[in-house]
Write a protein that binds this ligand. Structure first.
Ligand SMILES: [Zn+2]
Ligand SMILES: [Zn+2]
Length: 111
């Protein structure tokens, strides 16, 4: 199977790789290819789309989802809230790198 022509820049996907996806079995082909937002299905334009990194998809295939700026912010702030309540490092008041990355994503303006 050919890899979709989507950039998978690991440096950019770092913190974005922390964001959970919807159930991958329910995603459309456009969503798994990163042609539309994996969360809301909005069509993406190159300068607002965020690569979410290579992810394990259904049936052992790798998918390359992307998200729109609004969904990335909303999802990052959800994950941030869950993280700070559950991360043993953050609970000791030592913000970990994941927390800092999530905080950046959650507060990011439109790129
Ligand atoms: Zn979206
Ligand atoms: Zn933490």
């Amino acid at each position: 199977m050919e890899a979709p022509a989507v950039r998978a820049t690991s440096s950019d996907a770092g913190p974005l790789a922390l964001l959970p996806l919807p159930n991958v079995r329910r995603l459309s082909g456009l969503q798994t290819e990163g042609a539309v937002c994996v969360w809301c299905g909005a069509s993406l334009v190159p300068h607002t789309a965020r690569d979410l990194g290579a992810r394990p998809g259904p049936d052992g295939v790798t998918i390359f989802p992307r998200g729109c700026a609004g969904c990335v912010r909303a999802t990052a702030s959800d994950v941030y809230r869950i993280h700070v309540a559950a991360c043993s490092t953050c609970l000791r008041n030592q913000p970990c790198t994941d927390r800092q990355a999530l905080c950046r994503l959650a507060s990011e303006g439109a790129p």
